[in-house]
Design a protein around this ligand. Structure first.
Ligand code: FSO
Ligand code: SF4
Length: 563
């Protein structure tokens, strides 16, 4: 294996012998193979789309083939062929999503099946396929020990770095686009970029400059995807409201939901109504409590535990079934494997899986019946935390915020969005939050907040010192807040606002969030706890020169430069 896509990669360089995240060598290689095959599929899809306008026979033949294919979904039967399939596969390769070799073997077969079906249609309709990349014709038997497959398949260090950066950004887009799609929101430009970006990573004619432009474009599509997901979430569940969320437990058995999927928790809330089973959130599901259409369920009890990496201890003590809707899953302990369930593209061999039915619904009755036989959760802590400061609610108190800045009660906003992780160096973020001057406000989103959201940092004239906008994708909300504040202060450039950025990253959605912030013109981002291993020195130079990105150092010095 050679994987360096996340912040916890071995020695800050790459996982080569064992994976820090726990995936096996076989799964790491199958993920590389799937990505390679998807790049070939993207090139074939693109060719088909380009040919369709002049060739109605081609369209009919492809549609007929897709209709008969088990892998294609109804969304695939439009102009952007196989978008849902590709997004789901890409999401499955994000860190801590799927650990099952069978899953990846099946997806490779399906991808090749889809690709070859479309290739037949292209050839039979006279479309020239000679210029397609090698990845568009590779067979399953040629995938292992294939030097074109995997990160090291690209020899030039800068090109490799840019190709990987683009691929990880596209994985982030795919994850957020998946969440929007299941709520019925899609955008053809996003689908097209996924295709275009993947094809670019196997195009040997592209220069480093052209790849750099695509990486920056990826950030722009990231903004568009996060905006689409924001629209999907708020139109479906209402605008998040500031809410005090209970941390203690009730006396009934419960089901714990982790990951990021609001639709899954909504259907579980519906199916558990009146059953005597409570529902709790874990980690990135915390914002569920802030959406009007989700918080209305009285058996949505509270949030249990902290960040994703603490799940081994917390899931053990929860006593009831646990549903993992997306990342971050860690290899489970025996003490709760039989109570753990995955869904969507999450997978782990030997763990129960709730699959989507043909009509798009999911049946959680097995988990509900199991919960009824379980003890209530063991209490971990007491009290409450406040969340729900996405752009609408934060901007509803904009006048108060602006006055507090003008009167000198707030000197600075520090955006501390991103991810948490298991390494000790993340303690930096707790200490940074604790040592910030009392007249500063933290704007946060993502699981990074668990390093400081339970500290008693107080408020400034009723404005909490930690304003939590929601999940990692809601980092977009923080920039909307910054843009509106800039307007209110009559500033043309958001960098002139009293806002600094100290971002923590872990996996590939956070890579996209970073690219999105750069696209929105944010300069001077401090990034940690380590810089991405996949960013080669020359690529880092671009980030430094163009955007003044730097690594975090120590709490004292960073407070001096950021406040
Ligand atoms: Fe965290 Fe995991 Fe949400 Fe990530 S739970 S680390 S950036 O999956 O997606 O913030
Ligand atoms: Fe290593 Fe991270 Fe890749 Fe897992 S996802 S193998 S921890 S670099």
């Amino acid at each position: 294996m050679y994987c360096y896509q996340c912040e916890e990669t071995a020695k800050g360089e790459a996982c080569t012998k064992t994976a820090v995240c726990g995936k096996t060598d076989e799964v790491a290689q199958l993920q590389d193979q799937l990505i390679y095959v998807l790049k070939g599929l993207a090139a074939v899809n693109q060719k088909a789309r380009q040919g369709i306008p002049e060739n109605p026979g081609l369209k009919d033949q492809i549609m007929k083939f897709l209709k008969g294919s088990k892998s294609a979904s109804k969304e695939d039967l439009d102009q952007y062929i196989n978008s849902k399939f590709m997004e789901d596969c890409l999401f499955a390769t994000v860190t801590n999503v799927n650990f099952s070799s069978d899953y990846f073997k099946q997806k490779i077969d399906e991808a090749i099946g889809l690709r070859d079906g479309i290739l037949v249609a292209l050839k039979e309709n006279g479309v020239n396929t000679d210029d397609l990349p090698k990845a568009s014709s590779v067979k399953v038997s040629e995938l292992s020990n294939n030097e074109s497959v995997g990160v090291l398949g690209t020899k030039d260090e800068d090109v490799r770095s840019l190709r990987e950066l683009l691929t990880y950004g596209i994985k982030g887009i795919s994850a957020y686009a998946h969440h929007a799609r299941i709520l019925g929101y899609t955008d053809k430009e996003i689908d097209a970029f996924i295709e275009k970006g993947l094809v670019a990573t196997v195009d040997d004619t592209l220069s480093a400059d052209e790849l750099t432009s695509l990486v920056l474009e990826c950030g722009g599509i990231g903004v568009q995807t996060m905006a689409l997901l924001d629209k999907a979430n708020t139109e479906t569940y209402g605008h998040p409201e500031p809410t005090e969320i209970k941390l203690g437990v009730g006396d009934k058995p419960g089901i714990l939901v982790s990951g990021h999927d609001l639709k899954d928790i909504e259907s579980l809330l519906k199916q558990t109504q009146g059953t005597g089973v409570d529902v709790y959130t874990h980690c990135e599901m915390l914002p569920t409590h802030t959406y009007p259409e989700l918080k209305k369920y009285s058996h949505l009890m509270g949030n249990y535990g902290g960040s994703w990496w603490e799940q081994k201890t917390e899931f053990d003590k929860f006593n009831g079934p646990i549903l993992m809707t997306t990342n971050c899953l860690v290899p489970p302990s025996d003490s709760y494997t039989d109570r753990l369930f995955t869904t969507s593209m999450v997978g782990y061999d030997g763990v129960g899986h709730i699959a989507e039915k043909k009509d798009g619904t999911k049946d959680f009755s097995e988990m509900i019946e199991m919960a009824k036989t379980c003890e209530p959760p063991e209490q971990l802590e007491d009290g409450t935390i406040t969340a729900g400061f996405a752009h609408t609610s934060a901007l509803s108190v904009a006048d108060k915020i602006i006055d507090a800045v003008k009167d000198g009660h707030i000197s600075k906003f520090i955006v501390m969005a991103g991810c948490d992780g298991r390494h000790k160096d993340r303690q930096y973020y707790t200490e940074f939050a604790q040592q910030l001057p009392d007249d500063t406000v933290i704007l946060t989103a993502g699981c990074a907040k668990y390093r400081y959201n339970k500290l008693d940092l107080g408020d400034i004239g009723g404005i909490p010192r930690v304003l939590d906008a929601g999940q990692c994708n809601d980092s977009y909300s923080l920039v909307v807040i910054a843009q509106k504040l800039a307007e209110a202060f009559g500033l043309d450039d958001i960098n002139d606002l009293p806002v600094s950025y100290n971002i923590a990253w872990y996996e590939q959605k956070a890579v996209l969030v970073l690219l999105a912030l750069l696209n929105l013109g944010v300069k001077g981002i401090v990034l940690g706890p380590k810089l991405p291993a996949f960013v080669a020195p020359n690529v880092l130079n671009i980030l430094v020169e163009k955007f003044n990105v730097s690594k975090n150092t120590n709490v004292e010095d960073d407070i001096k430069r950021l406040v």
